[in-house]
Design a protein around this ligand. Structure first.
Ligand SMILES: Nc1ncnc2c1ncn2[C@@H]1O[C@H](COP(=O)(O)OP(=O)(O)OP(=O)(O)O)[C@@H](O)[C@H]1O
Ligand SMILES: [Mg+2]
Length: 279
C-alpha cells in the first residue's frame, strides 16, 4: 500500500497518542442494524493504523462486512472468528494481513451465524472471546470488534472481552430509544461481568446537514448524553458508501472526501480520550 496514509501526523494528533502498554479492546456496538458500525470499525482502524498504531479488526458479524470492506476474499476466510470462538483455532491462526500496513483482521465466516446456538453448550459461553484473546495480543495497540446488529451471545462476548464500547448512532428518528436500550445493556454487563467496561463514546453517523431531523437528533443526543458524544460527526457521504465495493476503507478510496476527513478527526478524538482514560 502507499505510505501516503502514514503521513506525519498533525501535532495535536501525535500528542494524543498513547505510548501503549496493554492493547485496548474496543467493541463497536449498537443492536440497531445499518447505523455505521462496520464503516466506523474499518475507517477508525485505518485512521489509527495511519498514525502507526498496530490495529487488529475482529469481525464478529456473520455478515462479514468488515472482512469484505477490508478486501478479504471469501477463500481467505477458512480460519475465522467462528473457529476462534469455538476453540478450533488460536487467534494467531486466524489473523490475516490487510493491504494497510499495521492493520490485521480476523475475518468472519458464515459458520458464525450458527455460533450463537453452538456456544450455548459451553459453560463459559459468555467469555469465549475474552479467553481466546487473553495473552494473544502482544504487539497490538488496539483491537476493534465489529459487532453484529443484535444483543445476542456474540455481542455479549465482545462486551465481556472489551475495555470500552464505541457506539455509532445514526441521526434518525428513534435513535435515542435504541441507544438508551444499549446503554442499559452495557450497565448490566458492567454490573454482572465486566466492571471495568467503559463507554469510549457515541459517534453520530450519516449526518445530513440538509435534513432538519439530523440536526434535531444530534441536539437531543448531545443533551441526553453530554460529553460522551464525540464532537466529530460523520457526514452522509456517497464516497463512504462506495468504498466497500472496492474492498477498501474510504480513507484509501478517497482520502480527501468529507467522510475520510471525519474519520481522521474521530480517530484523533478517540486517542485523546484513551489518553484521558489511561490517567
Ligand atoms: N457516512 C456514511 N455516508 C453514506 N453511507 C454510509 C455512511 N456510513 C455508512 N454508510 C452506508 O450505510 C450502510 C450501513 O452501514 P454499515 O454497514 O457500516 O452499518 P452497520 O451498523 O455495520 O450495519 P449492520 O447492522 O448491518 O452490521 C452501508 O451501506 C454503508 O456503506
Ligand atoms: Mg455491520
Amino acid at each position: 500500500m502507499d505510505n501516503d496514509l502514514h503521513s506525519d501526523s498533525p501535532d495535536s494528533f501525535a500528542e494524543a497518542q498513547v505510548s501503549d502498554q496493554k492493547p485496548r479492546i474496543i467493541a463497536i456496538a449498537n443492536q440497531k442494524g445499518g447505523v455505521g458500525k462496520t464503516t466506523t470499525t474499518i475507517n477508525l482502524a485505518t485512521a489509527l493504523a495511519a498514525v502507526r498504531k498496530r490495529v487488529l479488526v475482529l469481525d464478529l458479524d456473520p455478515q462479514g462486512n468488515a472482512s469484505t470492506g477490508l478486501g478479504i476474499e471469501q477463500a481467505e476466510r477458512q480460519i475465522n472468528a467462528y473457529h476462534v470462538m469455538i476453540g478450533e483455532a488460536t487467534l494467531d491462526e486466524a489473523i490475516l494481513d490487510t493491504v494497510i500496513p499495521g492493520l490485521s483482521v480476523v475475518s468472519s465466516g458464515v459458520d458464525l451465524s450458527g455460533a450463537e446456538i453452538e456456544l450455548i453448550e459451553f459453560e463459559d459461553r459468555l467469555f469465549r472471546l475474552k479467553s481466546a484473546l487473553a495473552g494473544q495480543l502482544e504487539g497490538y495497540d488496539y483491537v476493534l470488534i465489529d459487532c453484529p446488529p443484535a444483543l445476542g451471545l456474540l455481542t455479549v462476548n465482545a462486551l465481556n472481552a472489551a475495555d470500552a464500547v464505541l457506539v455509532p448512532l445514526q441521526c434518525e428518528f428513534f435513535a435515542l430509544e435504541g441507544v438508551s436500550h444499549l446503554v442499559r445493556t452495557i450497565d448490566r454487563i458492567k454490573k454482572a461481568y465486566n466492571p471495568d467496561l467503559e463507554i469510549q463514546g457515541i459517534v453520530l453517523t450519516m449526518f445530513d446537514s440538509r435534513n432538519n431531523l439530523s440536526e434535531a437528533v444530534a441536539t437531543d443526543v448531545r443533551e441526553f448524553f453530554g460529553d460522551i458524544v464525540y464532537d466529530t460527526v460523520i457526514p452522509r457521504n456517497v464516497r463512504v458508501s462506495e468504498a466497500p465495493s472496492y474492498g477498501k476503507p474510504v480513507l484509501l478510496y478517497d482520502t480527501a472526501c468529507a467522510g475520510s476527513q471525519a474519520y481522521i478527526h474521530l480517530a484523533s478524538e478517540v486517542l485523546k480520550r484513551e489518553k484521558m482514560l489511561a490517567i
